[in-house]
Design a protein. Structure first.
Lengths: 385, 599
């Protein structure tokens, strides 16, 4: 029997932890540094790639994802060297997808050609908002104009360009968002990530919110309405949601992210990167040191950036699989769930949810319906908790 | 043994917060009973909960020595009493042990409801009363006006009231002189057979049960064989002493003296306050009449949130009951809440205090059900059942009539809020008994059903009068009324823990308020949930909690898988804090909040 992870494939995630400035909503592992010794970082990444490859020899790599932080702040030469090493380390798929997250400022746009020459095939750009006031409130350093220009440059360099927007912002009405989204669609990208603003603890927004500030955020009903129109508009524009917050035209889905949602294996390299590896029949969760300095030190002195490696039990794996795969429009393969869990899913719960039209069950595939997706956490609670 | 003429026994009584405990501090301090470095504010309020809330719950006794201006040194036994109405019985039994009272009145506030209640009790107990005007240091103090008020409203002499500030110490020597010169010495016959009053008892983890006594006649010594005349218990005295306020051994106590004894008594329940203690061999021929025991008037169910805590809870309740004879408990099972206890309390503050102690000292999370009073349910077959729990209400077809406890409530309120107070009492099915004026304050007396008072009457009164009203009550008996049992149904399932007895005319309003409140307190589910109030089979109020519309994590990538899974584990644990009613989960906190009606 083929190991479970192969149903999802195998990818590589590389975390670049630096940004120009910290955005107030962001809880990613991102830091602002006065200066960055790019060659030291390059050396560390190369060392980690070699280490990871030694554990997973011969696996076909389907994707590489440079995430951050702001990986568009990396030197194109760094990216090039990393990708060369990657191609030496693993056999790669013919249609390997190599994505790099970019901020839409002019400086970074200037490096796009270099990234393309290094082997990057896809750009995911953090545009976040299409009006000046909201960009300012989100603490973004770029203007709408700059974003638009960066997007056009990216399009001239790469076949595939996606961008991110954050909605459900302070004081944003349904009408505001509807027109902003229409405008975003007019840019003509075949992939959009549309995230409702989440107030994360430990961020500037989190603190302000806790102190009673940050007024005008949508209530549950408005937030549901915003989500609903997003689905509707994108669907009619030919970019249906293939995941809770991700929309794409046919064949334009992010293959790398699909590995996560389909329960594949992935190597995680760089500060705070997580990985999932199935080795000798055991599924492992790996974690690396969060602090950039700590990570780079660990790599250079001990030859490994990993801080933790724990076994995920088959039950946990089954739960994780359901949690991730139900985010997808294609849903979950319940045979896989049953194999991992050692027992089938609770049918009475499934039937209850079916009766409420929140899930659909067809040929052992369980998927959240249009109505179910906005309450997926509730669905998961009733199926698993 | 102390010469009777050199003893003075008195209680310090007042409305809540008028400064009784602070006055006790000054008396203790000025007589050097406690070393200066050991002194602290409200030194007698030793329990955590007293210190935290700044109120006295338990009466406390201290023996102090005072060298008076007449050259004699006197033994003074003071009893500091609680002001809150829930603990009124502590005041009344303390008064039985002494001959006089210091009536403390806050000179900036004047006479309040408990001032009156306490004075009447003191008069009933034949006490000599010395009025003391406290807090004269405050700019708002109006001692002259308050003196007049005392004379007008209470009808006792007040021209020679002692004016003091317990805070600054002003006037304290005058209080001491007044105690000696104006309060009577106790009477008693040292040669008669022992007759002592059992004033109070409490459990001490080192000493076992400690009994507070007042000797009336005869003498008592360590080693004596004593008998409790009501309970029949016979004991040998292990330890005899006085409170200063720390325990201090003493060889002998004679007539007029107050002190404590220990005698290998296991439980507070083995003692009865008001009992007569005598020598086993030479008992007194005329025992004391005894006190009316304090009866719990408010009942509610207490259930552990986590069913695994039940055994711990049983232990904790037993321990608390050891120390508090006015708290009752018996095991109860509820379809919804599992195993717990039906507990009886003196009032809502008492309930809160006990619940607090269980939660904090014993670390048990509790669900509290709707407080209820004792109804007398008269059945068609002529029998009568005492209903402590609405869940036990028999089928109405077998019921002839239901009687409920009524109280006489006395409320003092500044003129400008009188209208609001009358409206509140009227709304609560009150019957006006009296309305008089005392200066710029009105004194309203109402006959009210206790069940309308136990919920939130006091909170409402405070809020409509901005805290300027004071309130006191006493039980006056049972009366029939149109009472019905109201059930709450969540998603068509009755939730027994939320059923309550209400007056038919008030049922709809109560039901609506309850449904609205629950709608806020129950989290949205995947489906819509009807919340209904019903009497018998008839729905009288209804709300619908709409289905959850949005609960999904926006971003979930490789790094978030672990986080998501941990969240799930937390949710699994969180489920334990929920109670399942059919398909609906109700957080335990909802039970407590639902019953706090603030509308
Ligand atoms: N300004 C001023 N404040 C005082 C005086 N006496 C007491 N207080 C304050 O009044 C508050 C209540 O004092 P307590 O002595 O606890 O009152 P109590 O009558 O024992 O209260 P309960 O036992 O709860 O009925 C405290 O904050 C005291 O500090 C006084 O003479 N002047
Ligand atoms: C690692 S960040 C993007 C990379 C890049 N540094 C940028 O900001 O353009 C990934 C995306 O997550 C989204 N995001 C980050 N924090 C978020 C939050 N609190 N709520 C919603 N979306 C958020 C943003 O859209 C962001 O573009
Ligand atoms: S949103 Fe992007 S640019 Fe802003 S702090 Fe996060 S990773 Fe950095
Ligand atoms: Mg006090």
């Amino acid at each position: 029997m083929t190991p479970d992870w192969q149903e999802g494939g195998f990818g590589l995630y590389i975390h670049w932890p630096f940004c120009e400035a910290k955005c107030p909503y962001c809880d990613f592992n991102s830091h602002v540094a006065a200066s960055i010794d790019q060659s030291a970082w390059r050396t560390a990444y190369l060392s980690e790639i070699a280490r990871a490859a030694a554990e997973t020899p011969g696996r076909t790599l389907r994707s590489v994802f440079f995430g951050g932080g702001t990986p568009s702040l990396m030197q194109p030469e760094t990216v090039a060297e990393i990708l060369q090493a990657v191609r030496k380390a693993w056999p790669v798929a013919n249609d390997i997808e190599i994505t790099l997250e970019a901020n839409p400022s002019s400086v970074e746009a200037g490096r796009f050609a270099g990234f393309r020459d290094a082997g990057v095939s896809r750009i995911s750009m953090g545009v976040q908002a299409l009006n000046a006031d909201d960009l300012r409130r989100l603490g973004r350093l770029h203007s709408v104009e700059e974003a638009r220009k960066a997007f056009e440059i990216a399009r001239s360099c790469f076949e595939r360009v996606s961008f991110d927007l954050i909605y459900a912002r302070q004081d944003q009405t349904l009408a505001d968002w509807r027109s902003e989204l229409m405008e975003a669609l007019s840019w003509g990208s075949d992939h959009l990530s549309l995230y409702q603003l989440t107030i994360e603890p430990g961020t500037a927004f989190g603190a302000r919110h806790k102190a009673g500030g940050l007024k005008g955020l949508p209530d549950e009903d408005l937030s549901a309405d915003l989500y609903e129109v997003t689905q509707e508009i994108c669907y009619h524009a030919g970019l249906p949601a293939y995941e809770i917050s991700n929309h794409a035209a046919d064949m334009a889905q992010s293959r790398h992210n699909l590995i996560y949602w389909r329960g594949g294996d992935y190597v995680g390299i760089g500060p705070g990167a997580h990985g999932r590896l199935t080795l000798e029949g055991q599924r492992l969760a790996t974690e690396t040191y969060l602090a950039p300095q700590k990570w780079i030190e660990a790599v250079s002195t001990r030859g490994i950036g990993e801080s933790d490696r724990v076994i995920i039990t088959p039950t946990e794996q089954a739960e994780e699989y359901l949690m991730m795969s139900l985010r997808l429009a294609e849903g979950s393969d319940l045979r896989r769930f049953t194999r991992l869990m050692g027992q089938p899913i609770d049918r009475t719960r499934v039937n209850e949810l079916e009766d409420l039209a929140l899930v659909e069950l067809k040929d052992d595939r369980l998927a959240a319906t249009q109505a179910g997706r906005p309450v997926l956490n509730g669905i998961l609670r009733s199926l698993l908790a | 043994m102390t010469d009777l003429n050199r003893i003075r026994n008195f209680s310090i009584v007042a409305h809540i917060d008028h400064g009784k405990s602070t006055l006790a501090d000054r008396l203790i301090q000025l007589t050097g009973t406690v070393a200066e470095r050991d002194m602290q504010d409200q030194i007698l309020d030793a329990m955590d909960i007293e210190r935290e809330r700044g109120i006295t719950i338990k009466a406390n006794t201290v023996r102090i020595e005072y060298p008076a201006q007449d050259g004699e040194t006197y033994i003074l036994n003071l009893i500091d009493t609680p002001g809150h109405v829930d603990f009124a019985y502590e005041v009344s039994r303390s008064m039985q042990a002494v001959e006089g009272s210091l009536l403390v009145v806050d000179a900036s506030q004047g006479v309040e409801a408990q001032t009156l209640a306490n004075v009447y009790q003191a008069i009933d107990a034949d006490h000599e009363i010395v009025p003391v005007l406290n807090k004269v240091d405050l700019p708002a103090a109006e001692p002259e006006r308050v003196k007049e008020q005392i004379e007008d409203v209470i009808g006792i002499e007040a021209h020679n009231a002692v004016q003091i500030s317990a805070k600054t110490g002003l006037g304290i020597p005058d209080v001491l002189e007044a105690i000696v010169t104006r309060l009577p010495a106790p009477k008693g016959d040292p040669n008669a057979p022992l007759k002592a009053m059992l004033v109070d008892s409490y459990y001490d983890s080192y000493l076992g049960v400690v009994v507070l006594i007042r000797v009336i006649d005869g003498k008592i010594k360590k080693g004596d064989q004593i008998r409790m005349m009501k309970t029949g218990g016979r004991y040998g005295i292990d330890k005899l002493g006085v409170f200063r306020p720390k325990m201090q051994d003493i060889a002998e106590l004679g007539p007029g003296e107050i002190g404590f004894l220990t005698a290998s008594i296991k439980q507070v329940r083995d003692t009865r306050v008001g009992d007569t203690i005598t020598h086993d061999k030479h008992p007194t021929p005329n025992p004391l009449p005894g006190f009316k025991p304090s009866q719990p008037v408010v009942f509610c169910g207490l259930f552990p949130v986590d069913a695994n805590d039940f055994e711990d809870m049983r232990d904790a309740i037993e321990k608390l009951a050891l120390n508090d004879a006015s708290f009752s408990s018996e095991m109860e099972t509820s379809a919804a809440l599992g195993f717990g206890f039906r507990c009886g309390f003196l009032g809502l503050l008492h309930l809160e205090v006990i619940r607090d102690r269980l939660e904090r000292e014993y670390d048990i999370d509790l669900i509290t059900t709707a407080p209820s009073v004792i109804y007398h349910v008269h059945m068609r077959d002529g029998t009568m059942m005492e209903l402590h729990n609405p869940a036990d209400m028999p089928d109405m077809t077998h019921v002839d009539r239901i009687e409920e406890p009524r109280i006489k409530a006395t409320i003092l309120v500044p003129d400008e809020y009188l209208g609001d107070v009358l409206k509140l009492c009227q709304d609560r099915r009150g019957i006006q008994m009296d309305l008089t004026y005392a200066g710029s304050r009105a004194m309203v007396v109402y006959d009210l059903p206790l069940n309308e008072v136990v919920f939130d009457f006091y909170d409402r009164l405070k809020s409509v009068t901005k805290g300027y009203a004071s309130f006191d009550y006493q039980m006056i008996g049972y009366r029939e009324d149109a009472l019905v049992k109201m059930q709450i149904l969540v998603n068509d399932e009755p939730v027994d823990a939320l059923s309550m007895m209400v007056h038919r005319d008030r049922a709809e309003g109560r039901g609506r308020a309850m449904c609205e409140k629950l709608k806020e307190l129950i989290p949205r589910h995947m489906f819509k949930i009807p919340i209904q109030a019903a009497i018998g089979g008839r729905v009288i109020a209804r709300e619908t909690l709409s289905a959850m519309r949005k609960d999904v994590t926006a971003k979930c990538y490789g790094g978030d898988a672990t986080r998501k899974r941990k969240l799930l584990d937390k949710q699994k644990a969180g489920k334990k804090k929920m109670r399942q009613f059919g398909k609906v989960e109700i957080p335990q906190s909802a039970f407590i909040s639902a019953l706090k009606m603030d509308s």
